[in-house]
Ligand binder design. Structure first.
Ligand code: S3P
Length: 201
């Protein structure tokens, strides 16, 4: 694991085209509001690979929204569907996958990610998560009480597990574009250290 904050090495803005491309899917991991979708879209565009929002894929497969799914079938059924969709995507072509915040908590999914992908944890402070998640009302886990208390509890439970990701990037209140540059730099350095994970030129 490497912690990658704002250090950008010799390419201060990471604005040149990504030299090395990953030979595996990139899986963005992190809590609700960490910026997985916003950064994931931009990262995929920078790398020239497809972007997949895993929650949207689950909704497509289920034929209903995540909120409705939780309400009708419960969280256990959702987690089962999430694991199946992740398995399918991890066995698919190279892409940037924005996973739902709970996907990496499943041991089977986590092992498959380690085997087939490169994981990037977008690590965010509580204030950032509270502020960002307040903008939307479609996250069933935040419906049952005070979002700050729920997110704080999830941080305690999940951050030690998210810390197993291959790459860690701090996600703060800066613009998504700036965060994306951080991730591009961190991925590039990871591929420099692990050339076997890079696609042949
Ligand atoms: C969840 C996060 C959500 C979604 C579901 C459960 C979680 O995705 O998968 O509401 O367990 O953290 P985002 O992290 O994309 O909001």
């Amino acid at each position: 694991m490497s912690a990658d904050g704002s250090s950008t090495g010799s390419d201060p803005d990471n604005s040149r085209p990504a030299k090395r491309l990953p030979a595996r899917p990139l899986v963005l991991v992190g809590l609700m509001g960490a910026g997985k979708t916003a950064i994931g879209r931009r990262l995929a565009a920078r790398l020239g690979v497809p972007f997949v929002d895993v929650d949207a894929e689950i909704e497509k497969a289920a034929g209903c929204s995540i909120s409705d799914y939780f309400e009708r079938y419960g969280e256990d059924a959702f987690r089962d569907g999430e694991r199946k969709v992740m398995t399918r995507l991890l066995n698919g072509p190279v892409a940037v996958l924005a996973s739902g915040g709970g996907a990496y908590m499943n041991a089977e999914t986590r092992a498959l990610i380690a085997q087939k992908a490169i994981s990037v944890w977008l690590r965010a402070e509580l204030d950032v998560l509270v502020e960002r998640t307040a903008r939307r009302n479609d996250r069933p886990l935040l419906h049952g009480g005070d979002p700050r208390a729920i997110l704080s509890d999830l941080m305690n439970k999940r951050y030690p597990i998210y810390a197993q990701a291959d790459i860690v990037v701090d996600s703060d209140e800066g613009p998504a574009e700036q965060m994306t540059k951080r991730v591009v730099g961190a991925v590039r350095r990871h591929l420099d250290r692990h050339p076997e994970l890079a696609a042949p030129c």
